[in-house]
Write a protein that binds this ligand. Structure first.
Ligand code: ATP
Length: 963
């Protein structure tokens, strides 16, 4: 039967739930037959493409989120918008009254304020909606970048593919830490434990047993011979043939999206909501004061002007453009970070990164390159150097400076056989390029064995694996049990002729503890205390050089030990020797550590490796100085929380730790108000990653489970990327503060100007600014430069300052005072101008302005243009504008020019003039406005000079001081 004919029908039959229900009752052979696949070679390329067409992509449809209307309505729950809507209706009522009383001014369009305000409200809602759905999509797209990869056998070759490409019939591998990518029938498994809480709600991991055949009515949680999409492998290893993909999986049937996008408001957004409430309350209070005060002083007959004044004030207080600018800034922040290889999974992380005080990093792969190469091996009677580059399986074995044949060294040969057998990695050639599928440590061992012509693939069939006790970070060792089918051990190695053999590798101290004998030439001899001492001394010596060292041992067996007997089975082994490998530090890390130091961030190394290896690398990278203490997992375990809190204040290097120790270290730091970024890659790192303020997962080597638990994923696994991300976090926070003070300073200036009008103009209750003009200022002339300020690049000293304090108010460190001060300056400028121009325009009436109202347009223009000067000057709070390169943020200049032109159009284009209620200004009048506006710029530059002289910036000053 042609391969591409049948599966379509027979496999599609499985799509019905009734057929689905029987997978657990099928034997492996029946399953394989039904799915038309092959356990050894997997599906053929043709079968894969046919099935991809038939079954589509292995993806879950997105969970329907909030409906369009719901998101839309949510936008209007904002108190500032409610205030604006109220203003619109009151304004409409006033216009209606004027209309009925025949008091409409020439050229005036009735209800235009109402229309404009409502248009702005709707626009704000639409923008908010668009941003919210865009932010959701962008985050979801970013998450796709880390979509899980699966190791699959296809056309006789093992490869890694995107889990989306899986089809029924694919043969896939599972290992600790992966998220199961599709539903499937287990073919074989070693100590496989799967957490199925996503489906069954059961927190306890299920023990999987491929050989069980179950009845059709077995509950999902008891289907121990099947695995299900979205569940997590907590321990062990297994091979699975995929039965269902995409929406046909059990998870698909309950139709939830696996990776829910978290779009909680960020701490800053929450604070901004509080700010809105304060502003609205403040503005209401002011309105009451002005109206009541006005009535007391001017009498009730002025009520209409008073209402107009209060409407203008209410509109002036609301920073209409602010929420949009904040969302855009956070979105830009995530983009900038991803360009630097840091992928943000949760939006609040963008801000929190700017506050990080401690970075706790793994060593292997994050601080080091994870490109391991075995340097030498050490057995009872010899030390053999191994030459070669990278993963290329070519190199010489050298003893005492002379190349030797490893065949002549039986201990070394047995040790290299252990390297090949006790291993799950695969060495592959891709053109000229050799690559490793799997753990780089194990990859280095496969390469070393291959250099001695011990090919893992050949030996796998001579010594098939029949049992194993897998590696975990807690166990720090791994054992496999192989069956000697044809006496290969006797014929081709120096090891005893037994039916089964256990090979163990792991942390040398732990492996040695389990040994009672040592291999010498072809025999096992009792292991003396002196030999133990020598082995440990040589382990320490190698580790002290920063090398990664593994110990090897074997144990002859008559039977395969049962799964739950690891403690007794892994005893009484024969020591084979040590292997050391070089895992060089990443070159860029040293600089990154120095940058952290100057940025007030402490770098800490938390590793499962030996304390001396850890110490040597930490010293090399500048994380610890010679003689500084290293805390070892064993000692850490004995400490209570208080003791640990004491220790974490001084100790920068933690060695031989288990994942649960990481959690305790994060907690100890957090109890001292530290903001912690913690890296993790293993399945058991998830709790520490969740607990950390920024959980950082590894994009390349990290497990799916660790990625799911993280706030940020490093696409290049590199420590330096975390530092780059903290820098971006600081830039985002600084920019947000920068435009908040810019926007709110302007609002305060507007409110004060309106409130001061009757005082300055001797009881004239005339509003200099209509609500429409204020909206224009707040949205266009303030909004555009604010957006440009959001992309301001990092100031050169952004990493020479202390981290931001997340607890402080947004107005802390002088920002609030600055805003009020700048608001007052702005108000003084416009009020002075108002006082002068009111007299001037009344003395110089024109045909177009018979009432002398041009002073209002002059105030309006001055307020707008002064804000332009503010935008230019505010780019730096310490450096004079003249010393800044305008090209580092051309957007600020572009937005200033654009908004100035737009503002002038309101004065010089007649239809706009009519709509906005402005008047034509002659050259002199405009020049006066520009002159007054420039004073704002001069004032801020003067402030910089003054504060710089008054208080030279201390080192590690708090980030961006504006006091
Ligand atoms: P880091 O925590 O910095 O990533 P690490 O890789 O040394 O460093 P773990 O992966 O927790 O940390 O490993 C702990 C120890 O277990 C290692 O130092 C090594 O001695 C041993 N080990 C690592 N990988 C294996 C493996 N595949 N098989 C057996 N033992 C291993």
């Amino acid at each position: 039967m042609p391969a591409n004919d049948l599966p379509v029908n027979s496999v599609s039959a499985q799509l019905s739930p009734t057929y689905d229900a029987v997978w657990q009752s099928q034997t492996v052979e029946q399953t394989v037959a039904a799915l038309q696949t092959d356990l050894e070679s997997g599906l053929s390329a043709q079968q894969v493409s046919d099935r991809q067409i038939k079954f589509g992509s292995n993806e879950l449809e997105e969970k329907a989120g909030r409906g369009t209307w719901e998101i839309m309505i949510d936008q209007f729950k904002n108190i500032m918008l409610i205030l604006l809507i109220a203003v619109a209706f009151i304004s409409a009522a006033l216009d209606l009254m004027n209309l009925l009383n025949g008091q409409v001014k020439p050229n005036d369009i009735p209800f235009k304020d109402t229309i404009a305000i409502l248009a702005i409200v709707i626009l704000n809602g639409v923008l908010g909606y668009l941003q919210e759905s865009r932010a959701e999509k962008a985050l979801a797209a970013l998450k796709q970048l880390t979509s899980p990869r699966v190791r699959v056998t296809r056309a006789g070759k093992i490869t890694e593919i995107d889990s989306k490409e899986l089809v029924p019939g694919d043969v896939i591998q599972l290992e600790a830490g992966v998220q199961v990518a599709a539903d499937g029938r287990l073919i074989e498994a070693a100590n496989l434990q799967v957490r199925e809480s996503a489906l069954t709600g059961e927190a306890q991991a299920a023990n999987k047993q491929p050989h069980k055949i179950l009845t059709g009515d077995t509950a999902l949680g008891d289907q121990v011979n099947l695995v299900f999409q979205g569940t997590e492998v907590v321990q062990g290893r297994g091979t699975v043939v995929v039965t269902n993909t995409g929406m046909q999986t059990e998870l698909g049937k309950i139709a939830t999206m696996l990776q829910d996008v978290e779009n909680d408001p960020t701490p800053l957004q929450k604070r901004m909501d509080q700010l809105s409430q304060t502003l609205v309350t403040g503005s209401m209070t002011l309105v009451v004061i002005v109206v009541v005060g006005g009535i007391i002083f001017a009498g009730l007959d002025k009520w209409q002007q008073l209402v107009e004044v209060s409407l203008s004030m209410a509109v002036a207080v609301v920073p209409e453009g602010l929420p949009a600018v904040i969302t855009v800034t956070l979105a830009i922040g995530t983009q900038r970070m991803v360009r630097r290889n840091a992928l943000i999974r949760k939006l609040p992380a963008v801000e929190t990164l700017g506050s990080v005080t401690n970075i706790c990093s793994d060593k292997t792969g994050t601080l080091t390159q994870n490109k391991m190469v075995v340097q030498s091996l050490h057995t009872a009677s010899s030390a053999v150097q191994i030459s070669g580059e990278g993963y290329i399986p070519q190199g010489d074995f050298v003893v005492g400076g002379q190349p030797v044949n490893p065949q002549d060294y039986p201990e070394a040969r047995a040790l290299l056989l252990g390297c090949a057998m006790c291993n799950d990695s695969i060495l592959q050639q891709d053109g000229q390029h050799w690559q490793i599928l799997g753990d780089p440590t194990e990859g280095a061992l496969v390469v070393a064995a291959a250099k001695a012509n011990i090919e893992r693939d050949q030996w796998k069939s001579k010594l098939p694996r029949v049992g194993e006790f897998p590696f975990t970070s807690e166990r720090k060792r791994m054992s496999v049990i192989v069956q000697d089918v044809n006496g290969a051990l006797r014929l081709e190695s120096a090891l005893p002729d037994v039916p089964y053999m256990m090979f163990m590798k792991g942390s040398p101290e732990l492996v040695l503890e389990r040994c009672s004998e040592i291999q010498q030439a072809h025999n096992a001899k009792p292991l003396t205390n002196a030999q133990r001492e020598t082995i440990l001394a040589s382990n320490n010596e190698l580790a002290g050089k920063g090398l990664r060292v593994l110990g090897f041992a074997y144990k002859p067996l008559q039977d395969v030990p049962p799964q739950d007997t690891e403690d007794s089975a892994e005893q009484g082994l024969v020591w084979l020797g040590l292997i050391d490998m070089l895992d060089a530090p990443r070159p860029e890390v040293k600089d990154a550590v120095v940058r952290c130091q100057s940025a007030g961030i402490r770098t800490m190394m938390i590793t499962g490796d030996h304390q001396l290896t850890a110490q040597a690398i930490a010293q090399d990278l500048g994380i610890a100085r010679a003689g500084e203490p290293v805390l070892v997992g064993r000692d850490l375990e004995k400490m209570d929380a208080q003791e640990l809190e004491q220790q974490v204040q001084n100790v920068n290097v933690y060695a031989r730790v288990a994942p649960e120790h990481k959690l305790r270290i994060v907690q100890a730091l957090q109890n001292q108000d530290r903001i912690v970024a913690m890296t993790g890659d293993g399945v058991n790192d998830a709790p520490a990653l969740k607990q950390a303020n920024i959980g950082v997962a590894m994009g390349i080597t990290g497990t799916d489970v660790s990625k799911e638990a993280s706030d940020m994923v490093l696409l290049d696994d590199n420590f330096a990327t975390i530092v780059a991300a903290t820098e971006e976090g600081r830039v985002v926070y600084t920019n947000i503060r920068r435009f908040i003070k810019y926007i709110l300073g302007s609002n305060i200036g507007e409110v004060l100007t309106i409130a001061a009008t009757p005082l300055v103009l001797n009881g004239v209750f005339d509003v200099p600014l209509t609500p429409l003009q204020i909206l224009w200022m707040n949205l266009v002339t303030d909004g555009l430069p604010a957006l440009a300020l959001a992309v301001e690049p990092a100031e050169p000293n952004v990493m020479d300052r202390a981290p931001n304090n997340p607890k402080e108010s947004i107005f802390a460190r002088g920002l609030g005072i600055y805003m009020v001060r700048i608001g007052i300056v702005l108000a003084i400028l416009s009020v002075t101008l108002m006082w002068w121009s009111h007299g001037y325009t009344h003395a110089n009436l024109t045909a177009a302005d018979p009432n002398g109202d041009r002073w209002k347009t002059m105030v309006f223009t001055t307020l707008c243009l002064a804000q332009m000067g503010h935008a230019i000057a505010i780019r730096s709070n310490s450096q004079l504008t003249l010393t800044l390169n305008p090209l580092t943020n051309p957007y600020v200049w572009g937005s200033v020019i654009l908004t100035s032109v737009l503002q002038l159009m309101l004065v010089y284009v007649e239809p706009l003039r009519n709509f906005f209620g402005t008047h034509y200004l002659n050259g002199t009048e405009l020049a006066v406005c520009i002159g007054f506006s420039l004073l704002m710029f001069v004032w801020i530059e003067g402030e910089k000079l003054f504060t710089r002289k008054a208080q030279p910036a201390p080192r590690l000053a708090a980030n961006d001081d504006w006091s």
